[in-house]
Design a binder for this molecule. Structure first.
Ligand code: FES
Length: 101
């Protein structure tokens, strides 16, 4: 089973926004909504936009290119049925964001 890989500190993620991070050979979007953090692969399934450069609206991350919205809890696209972003299992512990990549 994959190990918990350190990504960044929780307080490095602006509330309502995301950051793009390279870790363990993967490019990831770490996004924050209040006290909740979600980690997704940083590649929108539509045309490859950076979800880490997006923003949060009502529990979803918005892709900055064409504004498709992806639910943080499961990556499901709210605008295009059948589309989804890949969510990575993550946790925050002692102010550190980690993910199983
Ligand atoms: S690339 Fe993300 S919505 Fe088009």
């Amino acid at each position: 089973m994959a190990e918990w890989t350190y990504l960044c500190r929780f307080d490095e993620i602006p509330d309502g926004r995301g950051v793009a991070i390279e870790a363990a050979g993967a490019r990831l979007a770490v996004v924050r909504s209040g006290e909740t953090v979600a980690v997704l692969f940083d590649r929108c399934p539509h045309a490859g936009g950076s979800l880490g450069s997006g923003w949060i609206e009502e529990g979803a991350v918005v892709c900055p290119l064409h504004r498709w919205r992806f639910r943080l809890r499961d990556g499901r696209c709210l605008d295009m049925p059948g589309q989804s972003a890949n969510v990575v299992e993550s946790r925050v512990e002692s102010g550190e964001v980690r993910a199983r990549i």
